[in-house]
Design a protein around this ligand. Sequence first.
Ligand SMILES: [Zn+2]
Length: 264
Amino acid sequence: MSPDASPPAERKAAAVNSGVHDATAAATDAANVRLEKRRSAVVLLSGGLDSATTLAVALAEGFDCHALTVAYGQRHEIEIDRARSIALFFATPHRTVNVDLASFGGSALTNVDDEIPHHAGSEIGAEIPSTYVPGRNTVLLSMALACAEPLDARHLFIGANVLDYSGYPDCRPEFLQAFEKVANLGTKAGEDGGQPFRVHAPLLNSTKADIIRRGAELGVPFQLTHSCYDPVQDSLACGLCDACILRRKGFQDADIEDPTPYAG
Ligand SMILES: [Zn+2]
């Protein structure tokens, strides 16, 4: 903490009024600028509930956030539109980049010809589902890293969660820790010996109900978030896919109203 707790603008005004150059205040301001740079973060924003809450957590923790949406070839554009609206809601700078994971196949989330599976609630997470996208979180974190380095941001936020989606290996804490090592070993910023990269997954061990409660506290606009893997007429949630089932149950468990219109 600075010994002078007054806001920088007031300090500056005081220094001008006294007509004396205040070297201490100038040095403190420079230190604050460096601190702000160190607190810059890139937040992966998919348009879903978890990533929107992750952005709200990062903002609440005082990070200067840049939201990044990766259009990886999802079947439905609605996620990208929702991500844009959520970033706008939080007045956070936002960019979307395209990475064509669909051309590699291997996922029901990118192949329009694949059936989206329906499971009973208790079966979800028991095995790796067909909605797993090969390499997705590795690619998303790599894009966040590439976005962060030139921004001087050293914090990467991802809404990964192990409880509801235990079937996705790229949500495991070991994976996220390993990626943090990759970030520090494979970048110019990591070589410079300054602030190391950190991967934050603040919802990693939260249940969906916990995430929704936390989101509600932080003012997440749930009506803008989209979870459904298989929307009807491109915008209405199906109510039957794994993502819809987990979302509905989460709102029920949290005893908070789900603003999502469901088709079924
Ligand atoms: Zn659905």
